[in-house]
Design a protein around this ligand. Structure first.
Ligand SMILES: Nc1nc2c(ncn2[C@@H]2O[C@H](COP(=O)(O)OP(=O)(O)OP(=O)(O)O)[C@@H](O)[C@H]2O)c(=O)[nH]1
Ligand SMILES: [Mg+2]
Length: 211
């Protein structure tokens, strides 16, 4: 029998908001396959999701760091495939108790979410591999989770320096066993969008669903 579900093409433009969770307990059921976008506050995670889905109104973006404070889930045209916008880390200007709360929930999500099939780490190409970013890379290795790095805001650099920044990151992570690719990206100028989509689509469509 032909499995039409498997043959359907993922349409990024179909992305729609499902729900926000402040903690693991109020996230959607842990079924299917999801890809999460992580990174420092203000790095451009929500903008990257909007660019990939061609929907500027999907994930809320802001000039003020700390905009995304909940774990936001977006569904796609294929059931049980999701994109997840995570709150940023490394944001100093929130109350310590709130900061700890987020980190705890983020940590809980990363450790326990069975449907999490890959992490897209968003880094500002001008300031890559902060301490938190490095911790995130290490965490992917420990959890054996595939990692895609998008070096965003590439429109802020000329071609040469952007290439060089990507090379430096590649060098620093050359021994990372789960790193699938490092892509130069810009939400503003739509750089690297198709390549990023191809990686994410592959993960979403080829990862077997958890039991
Ligand atoms: N020039 C440029 N600006 C960008 C790009 N991507 C995002 N920005 C800007 O960077 C700021 C932060 O973007 P967001 O997408 O809200 O960042 P975030 O990582 O989701 O931030 P938090 O939700 O606070 O963690 C906004 O002012 C965006 O317009 C890009 O590719 N180029
Ligand atoms: Mg955000």
């Amino acid at each position: 029998m032909i499995n039409t579900e498997k043959q359907r093409r993922l349409a990024f433009g179909s992305a729609h908001f499902i729900k926000s969770g402040s903690r693991l307990a109020n996230c959607p059921p842990d079924e299917g396959v999801e890809i999460a976008f992580a990174g420092r506050s203000n790095a451009g995670k929500s903008s990257a999701i909007n660019t990939l889905t061609q929907n500027q109104k999907l994930a809320r973006t802001s000039k003020t760091p700390g905009r995304t404070q909940l774990i936001n889930f977006f569904g796609l045209n294929i059931p049980n495939k999701r994109l997840v916008d995570l709150p940023g880390y490394g944001f100093a200007k929130v109350a310590l108790s709130v900061k700890h709360d987020w980190q705890k929930h983020l940590d809980e999500y990363l450790r326990q979410r069975k449907s999490l099939a890959g992490l897209v780490l968003i880094m500002d190409i001008r300031h890559p591999l902060t301490e938190f970013d490095q911790a995130m890379c290490k965490w992917c290795q420990q959890a054996d989770l595939p990692l895609l790095i998008l070096l965003t805001k590439a429109d802020k650099l000329k071609h040469g320096p952007a290439k060089n920044a990507a090379l430096q990151v590649k060098k620093a992570l050359k021994d990372h066993p789960n790193l699938k690719a490092i892509e130069i990206f810009s939400s503003l100028k739509k750089i690297g969008v198709d390549r990023a989509r191809a990686h994410i689509e592959q993960w979403l469509m080829q990862t077997p669903e958890p039991d």
